[in-house]
Design a protein around this ligand. Structure first.
Ligand code: SAM
Length: 299
């Protein structure tokens, strides 16, 4: 497998041949270090029968590594030049029959695009849309049993944070709704071309059993409202959503949570309990203007 991977010379040559000038807008930082590829593939814990969904294959560095470890790879790429070139790159180094390239926006893809159904998400994600891409795919593809993604280190820290941490927030709770997530290592800027300004981090996640028998959208509304005003008590932060501070207090007490607590101290199970208590009382569900700030990390 090692020989099939792309190093710095191959990446430059490929980019020059295709006339690719990496853009910040599409988060194009290409991996050119075979050791990092091997590390990502190993950390993903793939089984030989896994079907991998890779978002943003770019020039194909990680795609080639994934094809060495899984049964099939679906590569979703938004850049038409990169999507068109990928089959040729792969055909020179691996079995192209096990690759499906989809020219599409990963924020919008639907499950019926993929046969066979993906079981693992493994990607060096475009950093500006990393969190919404992960949440969209976990919501859309119930066949995903887990994954490993590379994101900005700061985002990785937020995704894996637990209650009480300074960086615990909307991405942490929403990822916890779907999965158990953990930090899986740091990656230095030098392994990318062009070299980014920040370190990257790996996040591994495994899908969990449902947190509670409450609709996801109802729970996520509570999460959005709680963190839109994270320094306020939940009684105050949830007032808009609940229809008043008194209603918020009633819901919180019914859920067994102190109205004086802050959202940053609640587990995902507690957020679900708040949503359930509100539904039982026919309360909640009002979207406050500040709650909408978090739509970038919906669904
Ligand atoms: N996987 C390659 C690698 O590791 O070298 C490239 C990773 S690069 C950080 C991100 C890739 O995602 C780019 O190829 C970019 O064109 C693509 N991309 C950006 N936004 C996307 C989107 N919304 N849907 C699918 N692909 C996207």
């Amino acid at each position: 497998m090692a020989d099939a991977l792309l190093g710095p010379a191959e990446i430059r040559e490929l980019a020059a041949r295709l006339g690719v000038a990496p853009t910040k807008k599409l988060g194009q930082n290409f991996l050119h270090d075979p050791n990092t590829i091997r590390r990502i593939v190993a950390a993903a814990g793939l089984r030989a029968d896994d079907v991998v969904l890779e978002v943003g294959p770019g020039l194909g560095s990680l795609t080639l590594g994934l094809l060495g470890a899984a049964a099939h790879v679906h590569a979703v790429e938004i850049d038409p030049v990169l999507a068109a070139a990928l089959p040729g790159t792969v055909a020179e180094r691996a079995d192209p029959a096990r690759l499906s390239v989809h020219l599409d926006d990963a924020l919008k893809v639907a499950a019926d695009r993929f046969t066979p159904a993906p079981t693992m998400l493994v990607a060096n994600l475009p950093y500006n849309v990393a969190v919404p891409v992960v949440l969209h795919l976990l919501a859309t593809l119930p066949t995903l049993r887990g994954g490993l993604v590379m994101v900005q280190k700061e985002v990785a820290d937020r995704l894996v944070a637990g209650p009480g941490s300074k960086v615990y927030g909307v991405p942490s709770v929403k990822l916890a709704w779907y999965s158990e997530a953990r930090a899986a290592g740091r990656v230095p800027p030098a392994v990318f071309w062009p070299v980014p300004n920040v370190d990257s981090g790996l996040v591994a996640f495994t899908r969990r059993d449902p947190v509670a028998d409450v609709p996801r959208a109802a729970v996520f509304q509570v999460v959005d409202a709680a963190f839109a005003q994270r320094r306020k008590t939940l009684r105050a932060a949830l007032a808009g959503w609940a229809g008043g501070a008194a209603q918020a207090e009633e819901i919180l007490v019914a859920a067994g949570i102190s109205p004086q607590a802050r959202g940053e101290s609640l587990t995902v199970e507690q957020f679900a309990a708040v949503a359930a208590a509100a539904a039982e009382r026919g309360l909640g569900g009002r979207l406050s203007p500040s709650g909408r700030q978090h739509e970038e990390v919906n669904p």
